[in-house]
Write a protein that binds this ligand. Structure first.
Ligand code: ATP
Length: 137
């Protein structure tokens, strides 16, 4: 598919890394199709990460993801989901390759700078979670 969904997570935004992260996204060939600065309520963060409900890190993740503003965006590129996950690197920044967004800008496993969809289906679901049809270009 040609689309994926990303969030710049609260710590990365607070650290003023939105500019450098978006620059990396553009330089890797992704086109921004939708974007907003917003703060999730705990209820919204819980719904977004519902797949992880019951896991030991779920409640802390929900608290963290609702703790401050995030940037949500829809990105377009051929092979978007796979190529974006390569650009961001492993979930745990300790395992992320040199030059990836998480290696450069993550502060911990939880506060790992960005989210990236793991499938075309989830990219569509996650994009719909944040953006109406009139907010996409
Ligand atoms: P994302 O969905 O944010 O792109 P991912 O697909 O790489 O990340 P998931 O396994 O879906 O990783 O986990 C979602 C998020 O939950 C991770 O990005 C991270 O912030 C947090 N997380 C995952 N595993 C742990 C853990 N063991 N301890 C703390 N936080 C975790």
């Amino acid at each position: 598919g040609k689309l994926t969904f990303t969030m710049i997570k609260p710590t990365a935004f607070k650290n003023n890394y939105a500019g450098p992260i978006l620059k990396m996204i553009n330089e890797a060939g992704f086109v921004i199709k939708a974007m907003k600065l917003t703060q999730l309520t705990p209820s919204q963060a819980g719904a977004f990460y519902a797949v992880h409900k019951g896991k030991p890190f779920y409640e802390s993740l929900v608290e963290f993801m609702s703790s401050g503003p995030i940037i949500a965006a829809v990105l377009e590129k051929e092979n978007a989901v796979e190529d974006y996950r390569a650009l961001i690197g492993a979930t745990n920044p300790e395992n992320a390759e040199e030059g990836t967004i998480r290696k450069l800008y993550a502060t911990s496993l939880q506060q790992n700078a960005v989210h990236g969809s793991d499938s075309d289906e989830n990219a569509a679901i996650e994009s719909d979670f944040f953006f109406s049809k009139t907010e996409r270009y």
